[in-house]
Design a protein around this ligand. Structure first.
Ligand code: AMP
Ligand code: ZN
Length: 114
């Protein structure tokens, strides 16, 4: 999608701090972190939100969790972390390209996402 920020980031038209990349996903640091570790797992395929996903996206929706697990290992937070997906404006979704937040606080205190 031409006018989508996360398409531009996954295409490398816009810079990001990449944590890991595989065939289908780019994982990069959130620009406004809400925990001491906050990264986004973003598919290279443009899907607007969970509400826009169908049976064709089942494999991708599974892979997003496995990629999050790999990112947690890379970040050294595999002892504990939170995964969050916001859906729609009332669900706190600001960027209309499906993505999963991975949050962890290495000190162990709770940091609310929104
Ligand atoms: P959401 O509210 O679930 O749509 O999450 C969008 C996230 O994208 C927010 O946490 C933003 O801080 C983050 N964000 C927005 N622009 C950028 C950017 N250029 N690079 C990295 N993260 C971004
Ligand atoms: Zn997009």
């Amino acid at each position: 999608m031409t006018n989508c920020l996360f398409c531009k980031i996954t295409n490398k038209e816009i810079e990001s701090e990449v944590i890991l990349e595989n065939d289908d996903f780019l994982v990069f640091k959130d620009i406004h972190p809400k925990a001491s570790v906050h990264v986004l797992i973003v598919p290279k395929k443009h899907i607007e939100s969970v509400d826009h996903a169908g049976k064709d996206e089942v494999a991708l929706l599974g892979e997003i969790f496995l990629t999050a697990k790999e990112a947690a290992k890379e970040l050294g937070v595999s002892g504990g972390y939170r995964l969050q997906v916001n859906v729609g404006r009332d669900g706190g979704q600001e960027i209309d390209h499906i993505h999963m937040h991975l949050l962890a606080d290495k000190k162990g205190e709770e940091v609310p996402l929104k």
